[in-house]
Write a protein of this length. Structure first.
Length: 104
């Protein structure tokens, strides 16, 4: 028995068939987060839901974290991003070869 990947079928599942469940879960989280929670739904290569809460409510009470956990989502801290170190350009120094020529 051979397995053949159906890319169009997979895309349909992610875009269409799962969209209702994602919208329901997103709304459940927003309702649990309380006043000020907003929902944004979008579709790219898959259905996507986003919940936003006022920063003060999250910072003070963790309303979004609690709502997501209550809905059964695993909430973890994101590791800090590695910042690319910038090389500092050395400033040009006066007094090198250029000053000798201007003294004459």
């Amino acid at each position: 028995m051979a397995f053949e990947l159906d890319l169009e079928g997979g895309a349909e599942v992610l875009k269409v068939l799962a969209a209702g469940a994602i919208a329901d879960l997103t709304q459940q989280i927003a309702d649990a987060a309380g006043e000020g929670a907003t929902v944004e739904m979008s579709t790219t290569d898959r259905a996507r839901g986003s919940v936003s809460v006022p920063a003060e409510a999250q910072a003070k009470d963790g309303v979004l974290t609690r709502a997501a956990s209550a809905a059964g989502l695993e909430v973890t801290l994101r590791p800090p991003r590695q910042r690319k170190s910038r090389s500092r350009k050395s400033k040009s120094r006066k007094g090198a070869a250029g000053d000798a020529a201007s003294d004459s």
